[in-house]
Design a protein around this ligand. Structure first.
Ligand code: 5GP
Ligand code: ZN
Length: 114
């Protein structure tokens, strides 16, 4: 828990969120400003500000996040139609909340990158 971190407050249930999955290490909830018909955010309980701050100790946690994201996509029935996993980092990456989070975007054709 880091004081004044929005996502730590969501983990601690101090701020409400539309939670779709939780286990002992991660929490997933609907994005408040969805960029796709189904837009979920998946965050670790552990406060890590940016992916630059993750270390080798976090390898299992980061792998777990990707597997949970695939599980959520299956729950949403989009594993075949497809989905996109995105983690933004710092200013040029477009990161606005400094507690790492995986965006799970699905439900429409997403534009090609680059
Ligand atoms: P970033 O821009 O840091 O990659 O993503 C932050 C995401 O958090 C944005 O998509 C934004 O809509 C979402 N977000 C910001 N504040 C809240 C909130 O209070 N509740 C929820 N559910 N999502 C939020
Ligand atoms: Zn936090």
């Amino acid at each position: 828990m880091t004081a004044d971190c929005l996502f730590c407050k969501i983990i601690n249930k101090e701020i409400p969120a539309d939670i779709v999955y939780e286990d002992d290490r991660v929490l997933a909830f609907r994005d408040i400003n969805p960029q796709a018909p189904i837009h979920t955010l998946l965050i670790p309980h552990k406060h890590i500000s940016t992916i630059n701050d993750a270390g080798t100790d976090d390898q299992n946690l980061l792998g777990h996040m990707i597997l949970v994201a695939a599980h959520i996509a299956k729950d949403n029935g989009v594993e075949e139609s497809g989905y996109r996993l995105v983690m933004n980092c710092n200013e040029h990456g477009g990161q606005t909340v400094f507690h790492i989070h995986l965006h799970i975007l699905s439900g429409r054709q997403l534009t090609h990158l680059g």
